[in-house]
Design a protein around this ligand. Structure first.
Ligand code: NAD
Length: 270
């Protein structure tokens, strides 16, 4: 079994990475940055976002697993003191071919510029925001005009990203077994002149959403932790990726709703 580690780079994460390499060596696992079977993210959810984007060309092959060195993360659910147990389970479950994989949907984002098209894949979300001015953008759903948005911006999230930025925008939490994307407004302007829906919307896999920025000035575009300031984007198409998903290796059960409970409620009712 080949593996690779992406860590946050702080002292704790670096120490854990070193420890993991030692454990892995003992089990005969091979360190491989070219085509790893498993990528271990050591740090927080942000580290998992980095790991995902670094290996996004290998989504068919590679599965991810996360260790958190701070608070419990959504993608990082193993603790540093469980490192040995994780290495043991990784070794046994992969050699005995009984590793459990869960697959979560992703959002595909395509920018159209005068030069052509650019594609991105989001694990959490895509956002479009104005810079130092109200963002005005036409929103089409399934190729029909839906509304003219005015406000701070628009967030389009995946189901697993619904617990991230989308949650802060009062979007719903979506179980990642549902192939859907969610559109949430960021501080829309609503009065007698300007009107937006004002509620988050959830679109199924075969629907699409196109955004047409109406300004000639730069807008801020983000895909997970990556930020771009651009003035050349004519339109943005968002849809659930038809053929790509992210794989997470589950060496023990930790259901999505338990994660939600632990991260946001945190009280033990047993
Ligand atoms: P960061 O370190 O500031 O992380 C922001 C927080 O988002 C962290 O607490 C992280 O644990 C949490 N987070 C990330 N993905 C999550 C998920 N799927 N479910 C629940 N919590 C999650 O920034 P970063 O490391 O660069 O991460 C970028 C992410 O930050 C973006 O994808 C976005 O979702 C999130 N973000 C959130 C807000 C907000 O909640 N108002 C604003 C900007 C960005």
């Amino acid at each position: 079994m080949n593996y690779f580690v992406v860590d946050r780079g702080d002292d704790i994460s670096l120490r854990l990475t070193e420890q993991f390499h030692q454990l892995a060596k003992g089990y005969g696992m091979v360190l491989d940055g070219t085509k790893p079977d498993i990528v271990l993210s050591i740090g927080g959810d942000g580290t998992m976002l980095h790991a995902f984007h670094r290996f996004r060309h290998l989504l068919e092959h590679t599965a991810f697993v996360g260790i958190h060195t701070g608070r419990l993360g959504f993608y990082a659910d193993w603790t540093p003191d469980e490192l040995e147990e994780l290495a043991q389970l990784m070794y046994h479950q992969t050699t005995e071919s009984r590793m459990q994989i869960v697959e979560y949907p992703l959002v595909e984002i395509t920018f159209t510029t005068a030069e052509g098209m650019e594609s991105y894949l989001a694990l959490n979300e895509f956002t479009l925001r104005g810079i130092a001015e109200t963002m005005v953008a036409q929103l089409n759903i399934n190729d029909e005009m839906f509304e003219m948005f005015r406000g701070d911006g628009i967030c389009i999230s995946t189901p697993s990203g619904s617990t991230a930025y989308n949650k802060a925008l009062n979007g719903a939490l979506i179980h990642p077994s549902l192939e859907a994307l969610q559109i949430a407004e960021i501080a829309s302007i609503n009065n007698r002149v300007f009107r937006t829906l004002g509620s988050p919307m959830i679109l199924p896999k075969h629907h699409s959403c196109d955004i047409y920025p109406q300004t000639k000035k730069k807008v801020l575009l983000s895909v997970d932790h990556l930020y771009l300031q651009r003035d050349d984007v004519l339109s943005i198409r968002c849809k659930v990726s038809p053929d790509q998903k992210v794989k997470f290796a589950r060496f023990r059960p930790f259901p999505f709703w338990s994660r939600v409970q632990k991260a946001f409620i945190g009280m033990d009712y047993k």
